[in-house]
Design a protein around this ligand. Structure first.
Ligand code: NDP
Length: 520
């Protein structure tokens, strides 16, 4: 029997030996820059007619990896390999499927500094953020392996006289896994591992900003013992490779994590029946957020300031759970704005190859453009009290560096209050009282995470009832959900509330079969 699940500890790199290993791993990954990677279908390495480069956002002239531009034809081949492999993989006992994940988790532990280095170089995560991402990937594998064993016990049924009844879970079929770039190890690995351990076969299409990490995770899972065709890895633009797979009649389910726009498009396309399609495609879609922290006048002031700054600017604010709005009681508003601005101005922005950098570049040129446009909009919608544009490193290095930006006095209905920016921009909104604060907190289309800072349990109890988000926290950050402890997923336009890292998740990737024997 597997031991009780425990979260993988996150490294803070205080130990010089860890720091040394991380530096060596960065050098090793650097030495592999420019490598060309294949698509992997049915265990076979495939090259496409053209390639694209994945770049280091801190220095975009550096190509981290060259990848194949998969198209509809390659998608068709991947579907055929996955459908064939499903016929045998679905018969493999849950225990054996779980063992692959346990092995893969151990292999990732042994290579954690290399996976961290990939994220430091391909997407600009700080060392600690990268290690937290790798630890979460390990957690997902350890957790879902145990969950597969639990689901294997089936669903309890009420005894019926004269019958012997069993209800058990079987896999769905071929799944298409479409993750985002912002947790390029954890989310990609979690979505893929869960689908596979449930007995499905998958076609994984990583985000085009982070295919190198995706490739190494896919390889690791294959090397841990997956038979050929169970996991197929296909790179290329979402609008071509991804869409062909979403529309394919043999696709049984899609697990997507990304923006609201793309998620809604996938949901709509998946709902149309393609020629020869025999089922309703299941879509698990985790989408955007516009997450708020409410700070009341009875809060631990310094604690609230630190939590808001960490939630807003960790990984450059590029977390679906990031605090992008802080709603502050007017009695403490001015002092709070000053303190947040001061703490924000003290954040160290730099190339995250350097352990000291707290914030690195944003993910891409297009993300940078969108964020800078929102900052300009924000200048008309409020008062910039920290940051307010490109960081000087933009000029000197060419990297996509944006200053951590705080915009105060924002109207609750302003665009920067309601629209997802997905970057280091925090809007500060004044609330008259707690009623007003709750109303503002619930005024977006999203409902992913939120937090409240108050010393009153009564206030907290009210938030539990009225603050409408999938993940709500009291007196802590609104980021940093832990697998097992904080099942993760949001309401409204934040998605289908799948609660990744929770006990319901594997059920979304399986179907239950009831068999009833008449006993004579
Ligand atoms: P996108 O929606 O742009 O992309 C997500 C994935 O979808 C990528 O792999 C992308 O491929 C693919 N894709 C794009 N277009 C299509 C299409 N037409 N058909 C099929 N697949 C497609 O999101 P980002 O990668 O920019 O991620 C950031 C977003 O993710 C934010 O909105 C964030 O809030 C959300 N997110 C939500 C989480 C949650 O749990 N709710 C967790 C983490 C992030 P390609 O890269 O090739 O375009």
């Amino acid at each position: 029997m597997a031991s009780e699940f425990k979260n993988e500890p996150i490294k803070l790199f205080n130990d010089p030996s860890d720091a040394g290993k991380q530096k060596d791993a960065i050098a090793k990954v650097r030495a592999s820059f420019g490598t060309e990677y294949p698509i992997i279908v049915g265990g076979e390495e495939i090259k496409a007619a053209s390639t694209f480069g994945s770049v280091n956002p801190a220095k975009p002239t550096e190509v981290v990896g060259k990848f194949q531009k998969g198209d509809a034809q390659i998608a068709e081949k991947a579907m055929s390999a996955a459908a064939t492999a499903f016929e045998s993989w679905k018969k493999v006992p849950a225990k054996e499927r779980a063992e692959v994940l346990f092995r893969a988790a151990q292999m990732m532990r042994e290579r954690r500094f290399e996976f961290n280095a990939l994220m430091i170089l391909e997407i600009g995560k700080s060392w600690i953020e990268a290690d937290a991402d790798t630890a979460e990937a390990i957690d997902f594998m350890e957790y879902y392996a145990r969950e597969a064993l639990r689901y294997d016990e089936g669903m309890a049924v009420t005894p019926v006289a004269g019958e012997k009844n069993r209800c058990f879970y079987i896999p769905l079929g071929v799944g298409v896994v479409i993750p985002p770039w912002n947790f390029p190890n954890a989310i990609l690995c979690g979505m893929t591992a869960a689908s596979i351990v449930a007995g499905n076969t998958v076609i994984l299409k990583p985000a085009s900003d982070t295919p190198t990490i995706g490739y190494h995770v896919a390889r690791l899972l294959m090397d841990a013992g997956l038979p050929a065709g169970v996991l197929n890895f296909i790179t290329g633009p979402g609008s071509i490779a991804g869409e062909a797979l979403v529309n394919h009649p043999k696709t049984r389910f899609i697990t997507f994590t990304g923006s609201m726009e793309v998620g809604l498009g996938i949901t709509e396309k998946a709902s149309r029946r393609a020629g020869g399609q025999k089922w309703i495609k299941r879509v698990v879609a985790e989408m955007g957020g516009k997450d708020s922290i409410i700070v009341l006048d009875d809060a631990d002031f310094e604690g609230a300031v630190s939590a808001v700054v960490a939630s807003a600017f960790g990984f450059q604010g590029q977390k679906c759970s990031a605090c992008s709005r802080v709603i502050v009681h007017e009695a403490i508003y001015d002092r709070f704005v000053d303190s947040v601005a001061e703490k924000t101005n003290a954040l160290v922005v730099g190339n995250t190859e350097d352990q000291k950098s707290y914030m690195g570049p944003v993910s891409s040129a297009s993300a940078e453009k969108k964020i800078l446009e929102y900052i300009e909009i924000g200048k008309n919608e409020g008062r910039v009290v920290a940051g307010g544009g490109s960081h000087p490193l933009r000029e000197s290095t060419g990297g996509y560096f944006v200053k951590p930006t705080v915009i105060a006095d924002v109207d609750p209905k302003a665009r920067i209050s309601l629209e997802e920016i997905f970057g280091p921009v925090l809007a500060v909104i004044r609330a008259k009282d707690y009623d007003d604060a709750l109303e503002i907190a619930n005024n977006t289309d999203y409902g992913l995470t939120g937090a409240i800072w108050t010393s009153s349990r009564e206030n907290w109890n009210r938030a539990v009832d009225e603050f409408h988000v999938g993940n709500l926290y009291w007196n802590r950050k609104c980021t940093g959900a832990l697998v097992g402890g904080h099942p993760f997923g949001g309401f409204n336009m934040s998605g289908t509330d799948s609660k990744a890292g929770g006990r319901d998740y594997l059920g979304l990737l399986m179907q239950a079969k009831l068999v009833s024997e008449t006993v004579r």
